[in-house]
Write a protein that binds this ligand. Structure first.
Ligand code: IPE
Ligand code: IPE
Ligand code: MG
Length: 254
């Protein structure tokens, strides 16, 4: 059978350090509760861990780091917790931006941003418009992001711009949809990390994680440091990425 056009058709170059790392930063609430602190204290410490991991990834030569900060489903949390999360997001944007730019890190935010209050939207627009020539790393923050939302919004935009596809659905290929996805132009994640012990995707990058190596750790996000990141990278290095092929085929192409 002929191979259909797919981003997973080729074998990616294998590197010691993953080119694109995507992280579900989970366990802030339990980190706090286990210390008899309010959940929001865990979110505040979570911001510190973000700083540590962004720096550590840039130093190790990661080119793309994508962090799940707030899911489409997180609106279901108590309103107080949601507003603390929004406030933390705003202060982090304001406080960290200069440092990110100085370190050659380009910031991008993906998700359904219209749902945020105008002040936050303005901040995001300003922060992401800041030019970083020849960035060392692209940091993407997924905020009010959901994998299903992403696939649907991409499909909607594709059909608006190319209505002829609706009449000829057999012409619809993966590569038609990809430019409309929120992560367009970014290679798919090589390594997915989820902290906090749960082993699920929670509606993160559903399309893009098709062949990503998955790594789960019990460590709560506020405790996830450079050594924990290195442990994830060591696990990644031990994997054989076959993309449907046999081990012998992969060895022959190396
Ligand atoms: C992740 O930590 C942060 C967000 C979802 C914003 P949690 O808040 O989910 O922490 P747990 O899972 O309750 O411990
Ligand atoms: C996933 O964490 C979303 C983020 C980390 C932003 P949750 O803690 O909300 O995930 P579930 O709902 O427990 O799967
Ligand atoms: Mg959680």
């Amino acid at each position: 059978m002929a191979q259909f056009t797919s981003s997973t058709s080729g074998l990616p170059e294998v590197r010691d350090v993953p080119r694109h790392v995507a992280i579900i930063m989970d366990g802030n609430g339990r980190w706090a509760t286990s210390r008899l602190l309010p959940r929001v204290a865990g979110h505040a410490r979570g911001v510190d861990a973000v700083r540590t991991i962004v720096e550590a990834c840039a130093r190790r030569g990661v080119e793309y780091l994508t962090l799940f900060a707030f899911s489409s489903e997180n609106w279901r949390r108590p309103p107080d917790e949601v507003s603390v999360l929004m406030r933390l997001f705003m202060t982090a944007l304001q406080r960290e931006l200069a440092e990110l730019t100085e370190s050659g890190i380009r910031l991008r935010v993906v998700g359904e941003l219209q749902a945020f209050e105008p002040r936050l939207r303005e901040l995001i627009a300003k922060a992401t418009a800041r030019p970083v020539p020849e960035p060392r790393m692209t940091l993407t923050v997924a905020a009010n992001y959901g994998g299903r939302w992403d696939i649907l919004q991409a499909m909607r935009r594709l059909l608006i711009e190319r209505p002829e596809l609706a009449a000829n659905p057999d012409r619809l290929e993966e590569s038609c949809l990809e430019p409309y996805l929120a992560m367009a132009g970014t290679p798919e994640p090589d390594l997915f990390i989820r902290t906090g012990g749960e082993q699920r995707i929670s509606n993160f990058l559903l399309w893009q994680l098709a062949y990503t190596e998955l790594y789960f750790t019990d460590t709560y996000w506020p405790d996830f440091d450079a050594a924990a990141l290195d442990a994830a990278f060591a696990s990644y290095r031990s994997r054989e990425r076959r993309f449907g092929r046999t081990s012998a085929q992969v060895a022959a192409s190396a």
